[in-house]
Each structure stands twice: as C-alpha cells, then as structure tokens.
Ligand binder design. Structure first.
Ligand code: GUN
Length: 292
C-alpha cells in the first residue's frame, strides 16, 4: 500500500493562520514583530532560503530586514552588525544564515547574538536550555518536525525513533527534543551517523525514521520497516532543469520507500515549509516576550 503523505505545506499553512492572529493581537497594541536576516556571500541555496524567510515574514505582517553581506566580509564586520541588531528595539529576532564563509567562526558569531533574539535557537544558552527542557527558542527544523508529527497524529511516546545525521542544526537537537519528557517527546531515540557500524540494522527497527544526512536517496526501501513514519529532512540539488530551476531530491529514495512506509514527507513540500514557519513562531514569541 502507498504511504500517507505528511504534507508540510498544509500543516505550515495551518500554523501560519494561527500565527497571523497573534500578529494582529500585537498590532492592536502598537507592536510589530521585527526580524533581521543576515546572509554572508552568494550561495544560491542560502539566497533562496533567506528570500523565502523574508517573504513569509512579510506575508504574515512581520517587519523584516534582509542584510546581504559580501563573502569577503570580516568576522569583526559581521559581529558589529549583529551587535547593532541586538541593540535595535525594533528587531525581536536575528537570523544568521549558515553556513558562513570559512574565515568566519560560526561559534563566535552565534554566541554574539542576544539569546533573547536568537530565533534560530543556535546560541549556546538556548541549546543548553533546550537540553534541560527549560523555556527557550527551539531550533526551527527540529521544532517543525515535532510539530509535524503531533499535528499529523503520529504518537511519539514509547516509539522507537531512529535519527540519521548528527548535525547541530537537525540531528542532535531533534534527538534531544524527542527524548524529552512530555508531549511530542517520550520516544526511545537512537542516533546514527557516519561511524555507525550497521546503519540498516538500526533504521529497520524504527517506528519513526528521521533522516538528515545530506546524502541524496541514501535511505532505500530495504532500510525501512513496513508502515514506518519517514521524515526526510534532506534537500539535495541533484541537477538543473531546462528552465534553470534546481532538481531536488531528499535523503530518502521516495519512489521506493513510499510503497513500504506508513507515512512519509515529500521533498519539496515536507519539512522545508515547517522550518520557515517555526522561525516565524519564534519571532512572534520573541516579540510577545519583549513586550510581556
Ligand atoms: N542553514 C541550514 N538550515 C538553517 C537554519 O535553520 N537556520 C540558519 N540560520 N541557517 C541554516
């Protein structure tokens, strides 16, 4: 039987509708949430992500300003811009698009953002709070995955969850959220990575398989348990169409796995829209907290 599609586009639209009401409530008090996005360099994928983030903010009535800096920007220059945004009361959220050019220290940059404006949830203070289960800004993709599971009726409590990939942006935090006590958590989590001895032996045990490895179609049907829920975080550019648009593939061999899984996210239209929406959730939350 063919798997049910978990459509991030639809779930994200539902969340945005709820969010628009919160933005209107803030505006009734004369408050407009503000987001600064900072992009260093000209990576086309990063450019398109940042454009999408600014457009979504604009559509929701969130003030957004996009700072595009040349690839040769110094670390000191970037830190100065972050300090200015941190000090600007019109801005509630600051997002520095990753990856950064090699001459800039990602950890110094992320630690320079005011934790109260860290809507990506990448500041070490927010990472620590997340791990402790304390109130914080949750990282957007992991938070989006948990919201997606909850809103599509996938129970995580007691489930065997296998995560493939140990990045700071997705793999590690999504594992931390799913093992947390409480709603959307309570799962038994295994995290696989490049040094895992027998990856398929783990993935085949998963009730919920989350793949964020950045390797196109690496998860084949034989690695997936019958009726598993498969969340594909991969967005790999595997070619270019005649019209110049990128051909995208996930980390999962969708055509084969859709015949075996119980539910699966498509690429595009799966996790991607959730990530952007959770950034908006965090930005509105930051504005509510700043004025609460
Ligand atoms: N690069 C890839 N994913 C992300 C993300 O969620 N936030 C930022 N800032 N950069 C990214």
């Amino acid at each position: 039987m063919t798997a049910r599609l978990i459509r991030g586009t639809e779930i994200a639209a539902e969340i945005r509708e709820e969010l628009a009401a919160r933005v209107r409530a803030l505006k009734a008090q004369g408050i407009v949430p503000g987001l600064a996005t900072i992009l260093v360099g000209e990576d086309p994928a990063s450019q398109s992500y940042v454009r999408a983030k600014n457009k979504t903010a604009h559509d929701l009535g969130i003030h957004s300003e996009q700072h595009n800096l040349p690839a040769a920007t110094t670390e000191a220059g970037l830190l100065a811009l972050i300090a200015a945004c941190s000090a600007n009361p019109a801005l509630n959220g600051i997002l520095v698009q990753l990856p950064l050019p090699r001459h800039i220290s990602e950890s110094r940059v992320l630690a320079h953002i005011d934790p109260a404006k860290d809507v990506d949830g990448f500041h070490p203070v927010n990472v620590g709070r997340m791990l402790l289960g304390e109130p914080c800004f949750l990282p957007c993709t992991p938070h989006g995955i948990v919201a997606m599971l909850q809103r599509s009726g996938v129970a995580t409590a007691g489930a065997e969850v296998v995560v493939v990939g140990r990045s700071n942006i997705v793999g590690k935090p999504v594992a931390a959220l799913l093992m947390q006590k409480g709603p959307g958590g309570n799962a038994t989590v295994t995290l696989c990575h490049t040094a895992t001895r027998d990856m398929a032996a783990h993935t085949r045990r998963a009730d919920i398989l989350i793949v964020a490895a950045g390797r196109p179609k690496m998860i084949t049907a034989d690695m997936v348990r019958e009726n598993a829920v498969v969340i594909d975080v991969g967005v790999n550019r595997i070619g270019v169409r005649e019209n110049g648009r990128a051909i995208l593939a996930g980390d999962v061999d969708f055509e084969a796995v859709v015949e075996k899984a119980g539910a699966i996210t498509p690429v595009p239209g799966g996790v991607g829209p959730m990530t952007i929406t959770m950034l908006m959730v965090n930005t509105v939350l930051a504005a509510e907290r700043a004025h609460g």
